[in-house]
Design a protein around this ligand. Sequence first.
Ligand code: NAD
Length: 428
Amino acid sequence: MSGINYNPFEIAQEQFDKAASILELDSGTRELLRQPMREFHFTVPVKMDDGSTKVFKAFRIQHNDARGPAKGGIRFHPHETADTVRALSMWMTWKCAVVDIPLGGGKGGVICDPHNLSAAEQERLCRGYIRQIYKQLGPNLDVPAPDVMTNSQHMLWMLDEYETITGGRYPGMITGKPVGMGGSLGRTEATGYGVIYVLKAFLDQINQPIDSTTASIQGFGNVAEYAARKYTELGGRVIAVSCWNQSDARAYTFRKETGCDIDQLAAIKDSFGSIDKEKALELGYELLPGDDWIKQDVDILIPAALENQITPAVFPNISSRVSIICEAANGPTTPDCDSLILQKGIALLPDFLCNAGGVTCSYFEQVQSNMNYFWDKDEVHQKLERSMKKAFRAVYELAEEKNLYMRNAAYIIAINRVAHAVRLRGWV
Ligand code: NAD
């Protein structure tokens, strides 16, 4: 990458400021929305298996809850920072607003590496986290979910601790629960499928049949795999996917000119989304450096792994054939790249619209949990497709009408909805 240190909160504020200026937002609303409303920084003491006590730093940040309870994941990461959690909580507000679900934005994090914690230590950390913050959480206050390095088991421990303390059953207090324990069918596929519902809606608008297109994808984790599955199911051809290889401590790109077989690659990947390179070579895949996913001569780039991947430093590597960047990851493009994308005439489908399928399905889970009645998978996917396409159409139509970059159009819709709620409540 370029070596520039991108601060996610500064990026989130810069993107917000751009849209707020286009919107001519009044100074009070601007001041309120460009920072979180509430931040909780706390410590979680955990009894370790060897009898010692380790103290973990943790956060829960609620950016805005004018449209409904705050919603957002809890990450376990050794390099977690307050600014990352702030930025992510802000992006959650816009994400929920752009798909028009009645939720606000929040995010949580613990500075830790779960790889170095036993299952029992992780359980005590989850329960300890809830003991410190439970008064600020709840189905009507703030609803956490899994995120980086947290999963459905962590969510269930957290729910159990919350219910033990509060003395009731509140399955709508958290989402990402295991199916059968309040989880929703279809959640695993939701983010990746949602990305492709948006992409397909855009291709329909520009009259480009999806089965005439090719794509290169960064990542092969939850989002990337299901995006690749839905894209190929609809007739698209994935030429390359890249992923991180833990044992070599480097990334690789796997390419097959005739099109990657997603079932085949999924069968040789581990639970962290790393593809076995020996097996891939045997199956006839070319093995290229990790950064080469961006250099492929394809119609569509789908960054679905990490933030800050498309920077001015790597932008010249993008093939002249690329006409669409479909942002599946959070923040994969740095703000200093937006003008280059515009100049090159590439259509950008922005992250908080593209990857909103996950939170939309989390909302469906909360609805199902609250009424204690669960839908089948087809019903979940149909509702998801409808929500994603509706959200895309609103963004696309505004962008067309006002000649706006789609990221700005998405921000304008989201910020307008939140600003409206804030004004109706009389906060500004
Ligand atoms: P994941 O952990 O399941 O997968 C991450 C993938 O990225 C893995 O295949 C990994 O090998 C790959 N990767 C890591 N470093 C890489 C590198 N340097 N080069 C190439 N590949 C690399 O994560 P995920 O859940 O799929 O999330 C991916 C992105 O989507 C993140 O930005 C996340 O915040 C965002 N997102 C996820 C969801 C969700 O529901 N999972 C929802 C919204 C946004």
